[in-house]
Structures are given as C-alpha cells and as structure tokens.
Design a protein around this ligand. Structure first.
Ligand SMILES: C[S@@+](CC[C@H](N)C(=O)[O-])C[C@H]1O[C@@H](n2cnc3c(N)ncnc32)[C@H](O)[C@@H]1O
Length: 247
C-alpha cells in the first residue's frame, strides 16, 4: 500500500493518474506481493498432479478401471519383486501397483530389497508410496525365502508355468533390461536354490523378438490369467499386436 501511495503521490506531482490506472497499479502491487506464494502453490499443485498421473499410468481401457475394495476379491497368492539387481525401478513398481488395483483378483504385492537410491527415488517421485497397499521391505529375497513355496519367473526356465498356485510366491526379477543381462533371473534363482518357470508364451503366440517381457507385462499377464482363467486369452489381451508374428 505504502508503495502505491508513494507512486501516486510522485505521479500526482507530474501527472494525475486516472482511476483505472490507479486500480491497475494497485493490482500489480498486490500481485507482486503475493507472487512468491502463488508460484509455490502452483508448483505444489503441478507436483501433485504429476504424482497422481504416475499413479494412474494405465488410462487406456485395457486394464480396466480402478476397482473399489468391494469389486476385488480378497488378495490371494503373492508376487514379489526382487530388487537385488538395480535401482531404476520406481516407475515399474508404480505400474504393478496400478494393475493390482484394477484387477478383480489382486495379489499380495511385495517389493523386497528396497533401499539406497531406489528408496530415495520413490520418496521423491511418490511421497505417499508408503501408504500404498504394497509390502515394501528392506529384507532381501534370501530372507523371504524361508518356509515359503517360491517360483522365480524366468524367460530362460525349462519348466513352463501352466497353472498359478495361490499358495506360491512368484518372483519377478527387478530388471529393466530385456536382453542385456541374459539368464539373470535363472542365475539368481539357481544361487538361492529356487525353482524357475517361464510363462507359456510359446504355446500361444510367436513373438518377433525374444520371449523376455517387461516386468509390467509379466505382472499384467499374471493378473489377467487369474481373471479370465486362460493363458491364451490373457496373452492375447496383454501382448501388443506389434510384437507378434502372424503366419
Ligand atoms: C525385463 S525382464 C529381465 C530379463 C533378464 N534378462 C532376466 O533374465 O531376468 C524382468 C523380469 O521379468 C520376468 N520375465 C520376463 N519375461 C519372462 C518370461 N517370458 N517368463 C517368465 N518370466 C519372465 C523375469 O522374472 C525377469 O527377471
């Protein structure tokens, strides 16, 4: 206000400001005073919108809308994401979480081996992540292993996963690569003495490249299979057309 008086006073010595000009000046001063606060609020809103969008990355109709608790059956079976490999996993965890909220037959979702860089990235990207319905644990798969029936999913396994056993924990390797770390899941499972199994892709489709799927596709297939009770249907719903060979 003091500024306005000063400036109108100074102005009146030379030119008299019209009422409109005075209003405009007042508005500009008010804006200047609250600009920092407005900027901070806008930035905060933007950040919240971005975090929300990350939580809802699957807007396309494929995985369906997010289910309310009454639309979902109680959680049955367990999928564990093994973070022993590398850190660039925060987006993948978020997508698996989104899928688990959209299926009628969700899994208990465990993320094992959380710590270091990934934990910091999760905190930054998704400040509310500890409230998600996921068991985040710093425990390693080795510590989880005791007394549980575990199958490590691996594209290099000899055995094919024909049925999903709800009493079993299925492990997905927390790797983003497709082919760079060949046999990574199989080697790790072997070191831990855990059985491995591959998804039955070869029985139903021919893929243009390798049979190595992304973590999100693996998770989506595991959910879809339980929803529709058929691997053929699940594979057809999840694997994009562009990746298949049509004979
Ligand atoms: C992007 S892949 C990593 C591929 C990596 N070269 C490996 O051997 O684990 C991420 C994880 O998805 C799972 N996965 C991918 N394709 C699979 C398939 N065809 N059958 C079973 N599991 C698969 C495995 O658990 C794998 O560790």
């Amino acid at each position: 206000m003091a500024n306005l008086e000063e400036s109108t006073e100074t102005a009146s010595e030379t030119t008299v400001l019209s009422k409109n000009a005075q209003k405009r000046l007042l508005k500009q001063q008010k804006f200047a005073e609250t600009r920092a606060e407005w900027k901070a609020k806008t930035r905060e809103k933007k950040r919240a919108r971005k975090a929300q969008r990350r939580l809802e990355p699957l807007e396309d109709p494929k995985p369906g809308a997010r289910k309310t608790p009454t639309e979902q059956e109680p959680k049955l079976g367990q999928i564990l994401i093994d973070l022993s490999f590398e850190g660039l996993m925060n987006q993948k965890i978020c997508r698996c979480y989104a899928l688990n909220r959209r299926t009628t037959k969700p899994y208990r979702l465990v993320v094992a081996g959380l710590g270091g860089d990934l934990e910091r990235r999760m905190e930054t990207a998704f400040p509310e992540y500890t409230k998600w319905d996921i068991e985040f644990s710093s425990k390693s798969l080795e510590e989880y292993k005791n007394g549980q029936t575990i199958v490590y999913l691996s594209p290099d396994a000899d055995k094919v996963l024909s049925e999903i056993d709800p009493a079993c924990t299925y492990v997905i390797g927390g790797l983003i690569d497709r082919n760079r770390h060949k046999n990574a899941a199989a080697i790790r499972a072997n070191e831990l003495g855990i059985e491995t199994a591959k998804l039955p892709l070869g029985d139903h489709i021919k893929l243009k490249s390798s049979q190595v799927l992304t973590i999100v596709h693996v998770y989506e297939l595991m959910c879809k299979q339980r929803e529709c009770g058929s691997w053929a249907e699940a594979i057809s719903a999840v694997i994009p057309e562009r990746k298949r060979v049509h004979e």
